[in-house]
Design a protein around this ligand. Structure first.
Ligand SMILES: Cc1cc2nc3c(=O)[nH]c(=O)nc-3n(C[C@H](O)[C@H](O)[C@H](O)COP(=O)(O)OP(=O)(O)OC[C@H]3O[C@@H](n4cnc5c(N)ncnc54)[C@H](O)[C@@H]3O)c2cc1C
Length: 234
């Protein structure tokens, strides 16, 4: 399902593999919705063996992957309150919330991303803010610095989000690598500018797609590989 936004092979113009990825994705989506959507819970069941339980990860993942349609996403998001535990969430509805419960920050980051994907930026913002309203956080906090306690209405919050959001400094893919028949490709697989003699682009702009995670090590790999090619050592 992680393939949904842009299957890597599809992004590289591999038309042979793209239909296979697309068909697999459609089959997975159908199976998840036919087998795991639970009309009684109004969200996805944890598994076929645990049909009356649901999980935070499944909610985040089905929204993120696009398996959940907008009404499934909305009703799944509404279930999140039942998973609240301290400053975060229990992973599953069957878990018992206690002081020793371990809350995974990674999963919650994934959840925030999913809320944003479901065009629920306001919900994500309010949820993040609510972490700081808990009794666990209050004793160690001073006055709210950003956006400030006076920013309360949906319009004010949305304005703040629009004014302060950014893409985390990972500019890339503006001269993307691809096949000659790909109209969006600027360089070929040797980083040579297509249609131009003696010119290569060797930096993050030549990525075909932005790999998950931070890009710097991938820039090094790309640079090492093309440098070795130029030197004739690979
Ligand atoms: C604030 C910030 C934090 C980041 N944190 C991380 C992180 O923690 N981990 C991570 O993996 N990535 C991080 N990144 C992303 C990472 O730094 C970049 O993806 C990576 O450096 C891109 O490498 P590059 O070679 O494509 O470009 P750059 O590193 O930008 O190199 C381009 C070089 O070209 C030079 N240049 C530009 N124009 C000319 C010209 N006309 N003539 C000569 N030289 C020129 C520039 O001076 C520069 O040295 C961060 C980026 C930013 C901005």
């Amino acid at each position: 399902m992680a393939l949904r936004p842009r299957a890597p092979r599809e992004a590289l113009g591999d038309q042979g593999a793209a239909p296979q990825y697309t068909a697999t994705l459609a089959n997975l989506t159908r199976a998840i919705n036919e087998q795991l959507w639970n009309d009684t819970l109004h969200t996805y069941s944890l598994s076929l063996d645990s049909f009356s339980n649901y999980s935070l990860t499944a909610i985040a993942w089905t929204i993120h992957s696009g398996a959940a349609n907008s009404s499934q996403a909305a009703s799944s998001i509404a279930k999140l309150d039942e998973l609240r535990c301290g400053v975060g969430y229990k992973l599953g509805s069957g878990d018992i919330c206690s002081d020793s419960y371990e809350i995974s920050p990674n999963t919650n980051g994934f959840l925030l991303d999913s809320l944003s994907k479901a065009h629920r930026d306001l919900d994500a913002f309010k949820r993040a803010r609510s972490f700081f309203d808990t009794s666990a956080m209050q004793p160690i906090l001073l006055e709210q610095y950003m956006p400030g306690a006076n920013v309360t209405s949906d319009d004010q919050i949305l304005q703040y989000i629009m004014a302060s959001s950014y893409q985390n400094w990972h500019a890339s893919c503006t001269c993307r690598m691809g096949r000659e028949n790909d109209s969006m490709a600027v360089v070929d697989s040797h980083a040579r500018v297509i249609g131009v003699e003696g010119l290569r682009v060797v930096d993050a702009s030549a990525f075909a797609l932005l790999p998950p995670g931070h890009p710097e090590s991938t820039v090094y790999v790309l640079a090492e590989k093309i440098a070795a090619e130029i030197l004739g050592t690979c």
